[in-house]
Design a protein around this ligand. Structure first.
Ligand code: MD6
Ligand code: FE
Length: 211
């Protein structure tokens, strides 16, 4: 791919490439994701405290992020079907390599489905074995109000993640606090039934790099 334009948000290590995927690339990626979802359906996880998420989830790749009464973890199988997660599409592996330059491919891709009123509270991504590896996020469908701020707390910035936008938490922003305040329903017609799909690519398992 030709390198997409990157925007400086002023938060060191938070990277944002608006419109990294054009309309054709978005449609092609969505088709691949929806095919995978036929084998590995969206389900609604609960927090360790037993509250259902408003977002529905599934995963792609050798490991998938799950949450239930026992806590947060990565596991190789779908919690409801017990089947292995489908593979991560090649186009996402290419995007990871091109944009992050990380020497190893992602081994986990969390797929979040937001319908109209779904949101995600401020959180840090810290369930991965190597917290130096970046997390790369791809947005499809309705625009979302994304809030991001320093790991230690303090002021947050709000940015609009539109369909085709890619962002990443890297380096000093790897443990940034972030979440989705809300969607702008109807801002995109990409997702059948409406809403937004977010894909987050990670290195979840231990790194094979020598340290
Ligand atoms: C979302 N994203 O965009 C939720 N995590 O729906 C995330 O939680 C996220 O966008 C790590 C890195 C980038 C992200
Ligand atoms: Fe996150």
């Amino acid at each position: 791919m030709t390198a997409p334009r990157e925007i400086d948000t002023g938060l060191d290590g938070f990277r944002w490439w608006p419109g990294a995927l054009d309309a054709a690339a978005q449609a092609a990626l969505l088709a691949e994701v929806l095919r995978a979802v036929e084998l590995s359906p969206f389900y609604r996880p609960v927090t360790p405290g037993g509250r259902p998420f408003s977002v529905r989830m599934t995963n792609l790749g050798p490991l998938g992020w799950v949450s239930d009464r026992d806590g947060y973890r990565y596991q190789p199988t779908h919690p409801e079907t017990d089947a292995p997660w489908p593979p991560i599409p090649e186009t996402l592996l290419d995007l990871w390599r091109d944009l992050t330059g990380w020497p190893e491919p992602p081994d986990a891709c969390l797929v979040n489905l937001y319908r109209e009123a779904a949101k995600m509270g401020l959180h840090q991504d810290r369930d991965e074995a190597d917290l130096n590896a970046p997390v790369l996020s791809v947005s499809l469908g309705d625009t979302a109000i994304f809030r991001v701020g320093p790991a230690a707390g303090g002021p947050t910035k709000s940015i609009r993640l539109a369909s085709g936008d890619v962002c990443a938490l890297t380096g000093p922003a790897r443990l940034a606090r972030h979440g989705i305040d809300r969607l702008l329903p109807g801002s995109s017609g990409l997702i059948p039934g409406g809403g937004r799909i977010n894909l987050t690519l990670r290195r979840a398992g231990p790194s094979s790099r020598q340290s």
